[in-house]
Design a protein around this ligand. Sequence first.
Ligand code: NAG
Ligand code: NAG
Ligand code: NAG
Ligand code: NAG
Ligand code: NAG
Ligand code: NAG
Ligand code: NAG
Ligand code: NAG
Ligand code: NAG
Ligand code: NAG
Ligand code: NAG
Ligand code: NAG
Length: 450
Amino acid sequence: MEEPPLLLTSLLLLLLIFSSTSFSASPPAPSPTSSHSPVPPKNSSSSPLSPSASPSPSSPSPSSSSSSTLDPKQLTALQSLNIPTSRDPCTQPSLVRNNITLCDNSKPFRHLLALKLANCSDDVALSFTALKSLSTLQSLQFLKCPIAPIRFPADLAANLRSFTAVASLRRLTGVWLARLQNLTDLTVSNVQVNASGPFVILGNMKKLRSVTISYANLSGSFPRHMSPNLTYVDFSGNRLRGRIPSSINRLENIQTLNLSGNALTGEIPSTIGDLISLRNVSLASNSLSGPVPESFSAIPHLVHIDLSSNQLNGTIPRYFTGMKTLKYLNLANNNFRGVMPFNASFISRLAVFKVGGNDFLCYNRSNLSSKMKLGIAPCDKHGFPMSPPPARDSSEDDSNDSDYDDTDTEESNHKDHHHGPNKVVLGVAIGLSSIVFLIIFLVLLSKCCR
Ligand SMILES: *[C@@H]1O[C@H](CO)[C@@H](O)[C@H](O)[C@H]1NC(C)=O
Ligand SMILES: *[C@@H]1O[C@H](CO)[C@@H](O)[C@H](O)[C@H]1NC(C)=O
Ligand SMILES: *[C@@H]1O[C@H](CO)[C@@H](O)[C@H](O)[C@H]1NC(C)=O
Ligand SMILES: *[C@@H]1O[C@H](CO)[C@@H](O)[C@H](O)[C@H]1NC(C)=O
Ligand SMILES: *[C@@H]1O[C@H](CO)[C@@H](O)[C@H](O)[C@H]1NC(C)=O
Ligand SMILES: *[C@@H]1O[C@H](CO)[C@@H](O)[C@H](O)[C@H]1NC(C)=O
Ligand SMILES: *[C@@H]1O[C@H](CO)[C@@H](O)[C@H](O)[C@H]1NC(C)=O
Ligand SMILES: *[C@@H]1O[C@H](CO)[C@@H](O)[C@H](O)[C@H]1NC(C)=O
Ligand SMILES: *[C@@H]1O[C@H](CO)[C@@H](O)[C@H](O)[C@H]1NC(C)=O
Ligand SMILES: *[C@@H]1O[C@H](CO)[C@@H](O)[C@H](O)[C@H]1NC(C)=O
Ligand SMILES: *[C@@H]1O[C@H](CO)[C@@H](O)[C@H](O)[C@H]1NC(C)=O
Ligand SMILES: *[C@@H]1O[C@H](CO)[C@@H](O)[C@H](O)[C@H]1NC(C)=O
């Protein structure tokens, strides 16, 4: 496509037109670097054994020779789980790069420390013998692996430090999870967990530092006792009910507390102010009532506060304006009343601020312009809303999605690539013909003007 005699400007024009018409449809010069690398271990590229592999070790991997290779028993177990093992799984780049396998350096054979099973095909099954030979694992992840769970061998349960099940293992019980007593990290999400409460699961996990049990249909109440070493607790999207216990202040190292989307009732305990390490907290979408406790103001480094969609009442505390690190404040859809105590400079400092859906809350027109679209009415001189809140319910709903703006735009960008083949051909045709015309035009122009 080189046109040597053309002026620089014409080249630029060409580029512009070309890119706007046909680039999004089909890149003119496809570069080989754009191929996507992550290859899920969907099914074995080598010779897969039957799902219920017998413990008799097959011949070890014939490939490498220099450093030690994976224990043949573990290799067999991996094959039974449909992990492609055409080369040594400890060094195979597609496995190592995606954190599917991680091995130690022991001799004569290496052993697995971490294993990730993702996007499993239907014919994968866990067998006790396979898991027994994988007992060296300290980290085990199941992502989109809807296979049937089985009882873990005691050695494996004792060694595991990190366990993850996301949209996997069909259904778990509290008793099953509670056996993993040496865990420091537990993540269970989008898996049904049948337990009478979180305490059944976590009661004996003394070393636990991070726990997520979300969208698990988990019932029961928030535990009165949990390991004080916890820094991260996410129980969002379950059926927890009852009060938040005042003994929550024993979680003195907690940095993230997410109890959103449960059925919690009662007031927020004032002891929450003792959680001085707390940064991100969500109690959203419960049935909490009463005021926002004064003690919140004692927490020095709060970044993210979401108390939306409860029945909290009283006035909104002014002390939020003193929180220097605050970036996200959502108080929407509660029963707050009176004059909202924030001015424009505070609100604009935040990445997200929401107060809509509080019918008796209003803003002072001397301090805030109606252009801020807060979803609440201006105050009269007595501090009551002047009129029913303006019709901004829809804009409020829109702004609810603003947290996800990044991903949304990414997705919509991707969607832009979905053009029908006819449109592609048309675009290229139009682009090319306009280029030809432009070249002719410019050549004529440059000739006649000289
Ligand atoms: C699983 O599949 C999804 C797409 O369906 C992909 O985005 C993801 O990277 C895969 N996960 C792994 C670990 O291969
Ligand atoms: C491997 O995956 C392909 C497509 O995902 C499928 O058609 C094929 O049956 C699978 N083979 C095995 C052995 O699972
Ligand atoms: C693999 O794990 C390391 C350490 O946990 C992490 O930094 C890296 O992002 C992971 N890579 C992938 C592809 O998940
Ligand atoms: C936890 O690990 C220790 C050794 O690190 C082991 O002695 C103990 O039995 C394990 N606990 C359980 C319940 O498996
Ligand atoms: C949950 O466990 C209880 C007690 O073990 C049992 O009665 C109940 O049927 C289980 N529920 C489900 C949905 O599995
Ligand atoms: C907290 O963790 C430390 C070190 O990781 C450990 O020594 C201590 O026993 C843990 N605390 C509890 C209550 O388990
Ligand atoms: C959640 O648990 C309840 C009671 O155990 C049960 O009736 C309901 O079907 C479960 N929900 C799902 C989505 O499994
Ligand atoms: C709490 O969990 C919900 C749903 O899992 C999530 O959307 C929200 O961002 C989380 N909030 C915090 C503070 O982690
Ligand atoms: C805490 O909240 C901030 C602001 O919303 C967010 O950027 C950050 O990722 C959150 N941190 C954690 C650990 O969830
Ligand atoms: C807040 O609601 C509780 C009941 O949920 C009620 O007892 C209390 O009087 C209310 N406080 C205010 C200031 O409206
Ligand atoms: C906004 O409020 C903060 C705290 O109440 C105050 O320090 C600041 O001066 C106010 N800014 C304006 C422009 O009124
Ligand atoms: C609104 O702000 C002005 C100036 O700061 C103040 O004089 C007035 O009393 C406030 N109105 C209400 C209802 O608080």
